[in-house]
Design a protein around this ligand. Structure first.
Ligand code: UGY
Ligand code: MN
Length: 248
């Protein structure tokens, strides 16, 4: 569509906002009847990659050398790992540790958010096994005692994991209580609703379908606007010393 070169997408030194009108699809090695919209990768300085995988009826994801996290947005996605088959519907998710052979396929048109990251081991814990779950059965906890802002931790919070993936749901009018600035980076997909995201020195209107990358120490704040709750899926590196892992 002719939009006179306008978009809400923005590419700044320590953050990225990608709106669906600027999405470009590609096929990653090993993908069959599927394509990827790569949202962020080490090409921009991130220590992880995140993409939306769009599957046809019988699609398949390729291999990865990294650990992999998958969250199904819609459709039906199958994971075969460690000799077991799992069916993931909407809000279903899976974690596959680095080095574990697996296949991810679809039995209908489906969309999933995929996060991959080279694992940083910890001498204090063994690596986890495969995890499969659904967001719907995870209990939520209020952030900073604010019951209008609920967080669900999709992965266990222990040293086996070097990243966290959470959902955060804001009632209309709810907001982060502070402008956060922290060493962790974020990959974020707006799943429902919308609001205003402050990133560094800019305030962006954001809505379901948008992707945001926040680099280390990117000033960040969100307030939900509208009549329905706003919900996003958020990745952060977690549980490791700042000197652990690749030096950038
Ligand atoms: O976990 C977080 O750092 C989260 N509160 N950040 C955010 O929502 N931008
Ligand atoms: Mn944060």
């Amino acid at each position: 569509m002719h939009n006179l070169g306008h978009t809400r997408s923005a590419h700044q030194r320590n953050h990225l906002l990608l709106t669906p009108d600027t999405f470009v699809r590609t096929t990653l090695p090993g993908m069959k009847a599927a394509s990827a919209i790569v949202h962020i990768s080490p090409a921009l300085g991130a220590a992880f990659t995140e993409y939306t995988a769009e599957f046809e009826n019988s699609g398949e994801l390729g291999e990865t050398l990294a650990q992999r996290f998958l969250y199904v947005v819609d459709g039906a996605v199958h994971l075969n790992a460690a000799g077991k088959d799992h069916l993931l519907g909407p809000h279903g998710y899976a974690y596959v540790p680095q080095g574990v052979a697996h296949r991810i396929t679809s039995s209908e048109k489906s969309r999933a958010i995929v996060i991959e990251k080279a694992y940083i081991p910890s001498s204090a814990a063994n690596a986890s096994g495969v995890i499969v779950g659904t967001e719907d059965s995870i209990p939520s906890t209020p952030l900073d005692d604010d019951s209008s802002l609920q967080v669900k931790h999709l992965l266990p919070d222990n040293l086996s994991f070097d990243f966290a993936v959470n959902t955060m749901t804001y009632q209309p009018g709810a907001a982060l209580s502070m402008v956060e600035m922290h060493v962790m980076e974020h990959g974020l997909v707006m799943l429902e609703g919308g609001g205003i995201y402050r990133l560094a020195d800019a305030w962006y209107p954001v809505t379901a379908g948008d992707f945001i990358w926040m680099g280390p120490w990117c000033p960040q704040w969100f307030g939900a606007i509208g009549k329905l709750p706003a919900k996003y899926l958020i990745y952060k590196d977690w549980n490791r010393h700042p000197l652990a892992g690749p030096q950038r």
